[in-house]
Design a binder for this molecule. Structure first.
Ligand code: SF4
Length: 391
């Protein structure tokens, strides 16, 4: 029996929660361990989600602490590290928060044990997520058509491994499918045929066969998946997109975190909708200005707390303090701009003249684009930020 660990980090977002539910349902025999890294500055909904998930999964979700606060007169891990950084607020180009409060505790906890980290990046997203630089940690993306991380693909497609890989294919394919796979595999990479396109082409021939070939290859390496006797995910050819995630959560006993629920706001007599698009710290610098307004109007104490971290020269938003953002005329301007943008986007997307119906998803039947609803707005935000905090 191998000593490889199977880990899934719960960020507080919908996708990691759905992945936990999905894997628990499909692969109950996988000895999965769940963990979360608490910054001490998460939204209440995140804690509620974790409580509900523990019941749904019938397993504990381990809380990894980045610092021992028992002998410190500090409110949170964030406060501890903020002091260490001399009050320098984290920002997109200075993201010490993720490293110190999410990645370091995770890697310290694992140590040198071979580990498979399951990541909830969906089949409709084009991003890679967290790839540890530690060789004993391997990421797997079960919702995607390509479940393997870039480092694995790079090795599989390396010309020096071609002969070895091609020996595996006849175990899983025959006839024209095999011929096609061999031909595709032998096709040289160039500007018109990228690594990504090659993988896509191989997956399109047969997802399971590709996965089994990769698994055979991994068995000849030191990577964690290769140390397993069997890996049931090679048999999985499902691709899950955003709607599937919502359905998985809806069918479980877990509630969708409340911050996703669109709430009404009114500006210039017109109604718009705002909500928070991501989990993570309530003051996260990745949030859009309309989300700061949402925080101000729906969680005023948290907004005040976020404000209290701003000092001369340090603000959460570049070029604007939260004090300025909270001024009524500024709040109105942000709402007006948000409403204008959404109207433009929905009028373009839908044939409808009533953009509010479209926002509410009531216009789907008339829409030329299927699968469209107010949740499309999430897409605007999902690409930003890091997998550790928001998935
Ligand atoms: S949620 Fe935002 S502020 Fe919090 S740790 Fe993640 S990136 Fe940093």
């Amino acid at each position: 029996m191998s000593n490889v660990r199977h880990l899934l980090g719960i960020s507080g977002g919908k996708d990691s929660a759905a992945l936990a539910i999905y894997l628990n349902k499909l692969y109950p025999k996988l000895d999965m361990q769940y963990y979360t890294c608490d910054t001490g500055r998460e939204l209440q909904e995140t804690y509620k989600l974790i409580d509900q998930l523990q019941i749904e999964l019938n397993k504990d979700i381990l809380q990894l602490d980045s610092v021992d606060l028992s002998n410190q007169n500090l409110e949170s891990a964030f406060d501890y590290f903020l002091a260490q950084y001399g009050g320098l607020l984290p920002a997109q180009n200075m993201r010490w928060c993720t490293k110190k409060m999410k990645l370091d505790p995770f890697e310290n906890w694992i140590g040198d044990v071979p580990t498979i980290s399951y990541v909830g990046i969906r089949g409709d997203e084009d991003r890679e997520g967290y790839i540890s630089t530690k060789p004993n940690i391997q990421s797997i993306f079960p919702f995607r058509k390509n479940i393997w991380s870039e480092d694995v693909i790079k090795r599989v497609l390396d010309a020096k491994n071609e002969e070895q890989i091609l020996e595996y294919y006849p175990k899983y394919l025959e006839g024209t499918k095999l011929e096609k796979a061999v031909k595709t595999f032998k096709k040289k990479l160039n500007f018109a045929f990228s690594k990504k396109q090659k993988v896509e082409a191989l997956l399109n021939i047969d997802i399971k066969a590709f996965n089994k070939v990769v698994f055979d290859y991994l068995k000849t390496t030191e990577l964690p998946v290769g140390q397993l006797d069997e890996f049931p995910l090679v048999e999985n050819n499902e691709i899950l997109v955003r709607n599937d995630i919502f359905q998985l959560i809806e069918e479980s006993a877990v509630d969708l975190p409340g911050y996703y629920k669109p709430l009404d706001y009114v500006v210039d007599g017109e109604k718009g909708k705002y909500f928070r698009s991501r989990s993570g710290c309530f003051f996260c610098f990745y949030q859009q200005k309309i989300e700061w307004v949402w925080l101000l109007e729906n969680h005023p104490k948290l907004f005040e707390k976020a404000k209290s971290y701003e000092k001369e020269g340090y603000s959460w938003i570049e070029g604007e303090t939260l004090d300025d953002l909270a001024k009524p005329e500024r709040v109105e301007a942000i709402k007006r701009e948000h409403l204008k943008r959404k109207k433009r986007a929905y009028e373009k997307l839908y044939k409808s003249t009533d953009w509010q119906d479209a926002v509410l998803g009531e216009d789907n039947k008339r829409s030329t684009t299927s699968n469209a609803s107010w949740l499309d707005e999430l897409s605007d935000a999902e690409g930003d930020g890091c997998a550790s905090c928001f998935i």
